[in-house]
Design a protein around this ligand. Structure first.
Ligand SMILES: O=C[C@H](O)COP(=O)(O)O
Length: 258
C-alpha cells in the first residue's frame, strides 16, 4: 500500500484573470473541508498574473490549498524579456511549478535539455517541479509510448540528485488525451506510470522511486478519476479543462466518493 499522498492539481492554462482567480479560489476554499486535505493535497497552477492575488488570499485566510506556476525561466535574472524567475515565484510562496508541459514543448519548442535546466532552476529556489512527460498520437500508434516517455524522464532528470528526485512530481500526460475528451485507459496510464517509476528506480534507487508521485493528466473528469486513481502507480491528477469548474474540480479532489 502506497504512502504517497495524492496530489490533485488544477492547471488553469491561459484562463481566468486575477479577479476571476480570486473568485475561483474562494469557491474552492468554501467547498473543500479539512477532511479533504487530510488524504489529498490540492493545488492550483494559475497564470503568472494571478499569483499575487492567489497568494494574498491563501495567506490572508490561511487556506490549505497550494499553488504554483505553469512555467519558470532557466535563468536567475537579467535580460530575458517576458520570462519569470524562480526567485520571483519563491517570493510569491509558490510550492509547485509545471515544467515541460506538452504545450510548452509543442508551441515553444522546449527540449529535454531546457526542461532539465528549468527543473534545476526550480530546485535552486526551493520550488517543487511537476515534470510533464508524454507521447503524441503517432508515437503511441507506433507502440513507442513507453520508450518515448522514459527518454523524456531521463533527459528531464539529468544530473538531479536523489534528494531532489524523491520530492519531484511527474505528470504523465499523453498529448493525444489533452483537451480532447479522449481518456487514456486506466490500464494504459498504469503501464506508463509503472514504467516511469521503474526508470527512476534504475537511475536512482527503488526507495527514491517509491517516494516520487506520478500524476496522470489528459481529460480527467469526475466521471473517470476514480478508475484512474485506483491504479497503483498513479498518485494524482493534473487537470486542465475540468479544473476551471470549481464544482467539478472539487468532485475530482473527492475521487474516493465518485
Ligand atoms: O495540464 C493539464 C493537462 O494538459 C490536461 O488538460 P485537460 O484536462 O484539459 O485534458
Amino acid at each position: 500500500m502506497s504512502t504517497r499522498t495524492p496530489l490533485m492539481a488544477g492547471n488553469w492554462k491561459m484562463n481566468l484573470n486575477h479577479l476571476e482567480a480570486i473568485a475561483h479560489v474562494q469557491k474552492l476554499a468554501f467547498a473543500l473541508a479539512d477532511k479533504d486535505y487530510e488524504a489529498v493535497e490540492v493545488a492550483v497552477l494559475p497564470p503568472f498574473t494571478d499569483l499575487r492575488s492567489v497568494q494574498t488570499l491563501v495567506d490572508g485566510d490561511k487556506l490549505k490549498i497550494k499553488y504554483g506556476a505553469q512555467d519558470i525561466s532557466a535563468h536567475d535574472s537579467g535580460a530575458y524579456t517576458g520570462e519569470i524567475s524562480g526567485s520571483m515565484l519563491a517570493k510569491l510562496k509558490c510550492t509547485y511549478v509545471a515544467i515541460g508541459h506538452s504545450e510548452r514543448r509543442q508551441y515553444h519548442r522546449e527540449t529535454d535539455e531546457q526542461v532539465n535546466a528549468k527543473a534545476k532552476a526550480a530546485f535552486k529556489h526551493g520550488l517543487t517541479p511537476i515534470l510533464c512527460v508524454g507521447e503524441e498520437l503517432d508515437v503511441r500508434e507506433a507502440g513507442d509510448h513507453v520508450s518515448h516517455t522514459l527518454a523524456q524522464i531521463e533527459g528531464g532528470l539529468k544530473d538531479l540528485t536523489a534528494e531532489q528526485v524523491e520530492t519531484i512530481v511527474i505528470a504523465y500526460e499523453p498529448v493525444w488525451a489533452i483537451g480532447t475528451g479522449k481518456v487514456c485507459g486506466a490500464g494504459d496510464a498504469q503501464e506508463v506510470c509503472a514504467a516511469v517509476r521503474g526508470k527512476i528506480a534504475e537511475l536512482y534507487t527503488q526507495d527514491v522511486a517509491d517516494k516520487v508521485r506520478i500524476q496522470y493528466g489528459g481529460s480527467v473528469k469526475s466521471g473517470n478519476v476514480a478508475e484512474i486513481m485506483a491504479q497503483p502507480d498513479v498518485d494524482g491528477a493534473l487537470v486542465g479543462g475540468a479544473s476551471l469548474d470549481a464544482d467539478e474540480f472539487v468532485k475530482i479532489v473527492r475521487f474516493r466518493d465518485q
